[in-house]
Design a protein around this ligand. Structure first.
Ligand SMILES: Cc1cc2nc3c(=O)[nH]c(=O)nc-3n(C[C@H](O)[C@H](O)[C@H](O)COP(=O)(O)O)c2cc1C
Length: 404
């Protein structure tokens, strides 16, 4: 009997995997012991670990301090349970979402992740291409390994957002925003939780900071306003260029008033990333944000900070639907995505998960991670007794498994 796929993406992916024996393509699989694709996030993580030296691995995997917040991000998901409903005809399902009047195929985006060249030579280009091929938005980091124009060119019509670390120089901020707008970035994400670099013990132990090797600086070295700060071009005096970067790239003096400058210059949607306190979410709205990203930077900045998922309900209550919310931190599987949506997010971002795919198998690896997550979301949605993301509400979850 022929299998009826319909709009059933999850079943399609499952059947594809079962019928091919989960064989990885020759070019990536031949380097692996059993020549099969990883499936679970832990398998991807293990492949990434094998592919990377200690320095890059610690940078990718680690968090700040004792990594309590990084672990708390995951733990928070375990404390919520899904409450499925049954017999509701879930044969046709739709996992697409609408975000600020744009339609996207799934409720997740690729989070901004800098310095991708330390995990794969094709870096952002590989990840951005994999996202573009599937219509998944790619959020390009300020500290990308390829200039933002090159990433845009690799993505064609693929949806792309630009993430900004507010620099100490307004000229550099203005110049980067101009460049991002002319390269077709649709939305701006300003990251607020990185006014200085967190105390990252794994990196400190290794004495490893990729910026010092000139990595992740492509946007700065290509930027006319940044270059104007240098005595000589970066290729002639790389050391001075790195030092100048270190002196401008983050700004502990940045305030809500300074944010108005970004708001004025950016003519599209503005998202503020790194908010966990409801009062900051309200301030974000007051300062013209179109959306809020509830995030603690994957636990890489302030150790001991509240888990992202734990912060979400209070932020959702404060914002009361006036702007959409996104969440990141610890998202690994379809069930995590649905829990975040139930607690008030319109979509989530994935960070380390797609980097594991990139480290293990480049563009194909990121593509596979995305495809599997989409399939997992689709099946989980149906098993919850929901046909679309719009049908996901607070009643889908219960805290600590309590059902009384
Ligand atoms: C290696 C690495 C680099 C990152 N670089 C950036 C960055 O350049 N800009 C930014 O806003 N967030 C950055 N983040 C944070 C991610 O955008 C996101 O908040 C985090 O990875 C989510 O947690 P998860 O990795 O558990 O999914 C980075 C995260 C990692 C793991």
């Amino acid at each position: 009997m022929a299998v009826e796929f319909g709009t059933n993406r999850g079943l399609q992916a499952q059947v594809g995997i079962y019928t091919t024996g989960n064989r990885a393509p020759d070019d990536v699989g031949s380097a692996w012991p059993d020549e099969r694709w990883p499936v679970s996030p832990d398998d991807w993580r293990a492949r990434a670990r094998e592919a990377l030296d200690e320095g890059p691995w610690g940078y990718l995997e680690g968090g700040a301090g004792g990594e309590e917040t990084m672990c708390a991000n995951r733990d928070a998901f375990y404390r919520w349970r899904l409450r499925p409903r049954v017999l509701r005809d879930v044969s046709a399902r739709d996992i697409s979402i609408e975000l600020l009047d744009k339609r996207f195929p799934a409720p997740f985006l690729l989070a901004p992740v800098g310095v991708q060249e330390i995990v794969h030579p094709q870096a952002d280009l590989a990840a951005a291409r994999a996202a573009a091929a599937r219509g998944i938005p790619f959020v390009s980091s300020t500290v990308s390994s390829v200039p933002l124009e090159g990433i845009a060119a690799a993505m064609g019509e693929g949806p792309r957002w630009f993430q900004l670390y507010p620099a100490r120089s307004r000229e550099v901020i203005a110049s980067m925003l101009r460049r991002a707008q002319s390269a077709g970035y649709e939305a701006l994400v300003v990251t607020l939780d990185t006014t200085m670099l967190g105390w990252r013990e794994r990196d400190l132990r290794q004495g490893y900071l990729p910026f010092l090797e000139g990595k992740g600086l492509a946007n700065y070295f290509a930027d006319p306003a940044f270059r104007a700060l240098l005595g000589r071009p970066p290729q002639e005096d790389p050391r001075a260029a790195v030092e100048t970067f270190l002196s401008v790239y983050v700004n502990p003096g940045f305030t809500w008033e300074d944010l108005a400058f970004c708001r004025e210059l950016w003519h599209g949607p503005l998202w503020l990333k790194g908010i966990t306190h409801p009062d900051d979410a309200i301030a974000a709205l007051d300062h013209g944000a179109d959306g809020v990203i509830v995030s603690n930077h994957g636990g890489r900045q302030l150790d001991g900070a509240v888990a992202a998922l734990d912060a979400l309900p209070a932020v959702a209550t404060a914002v009361a639907g006036r702007v959409p919310l996104l969440l990141d931190g610890g998202v690994r599987r379809g069930a995590d995505v649905l829990k975040a949506l139930a607690l008030g997010a319109s979509a989530v971002l994935i960070g380390r998960l797609y980097l594991y795919g990139l480290a293990a198998a480049g563009e194909a690896g990121v593509g596979r991670v995305i495809d599997n997550l989409m399939a997992d979301i689709d099946l989980t949605l149906g098993l919850c007794g929901r046909r679309s993301i719009q049908e996901v509400g607070r009643d889908l979850v219960t805290a600590d498994g309590a059902t009384g």
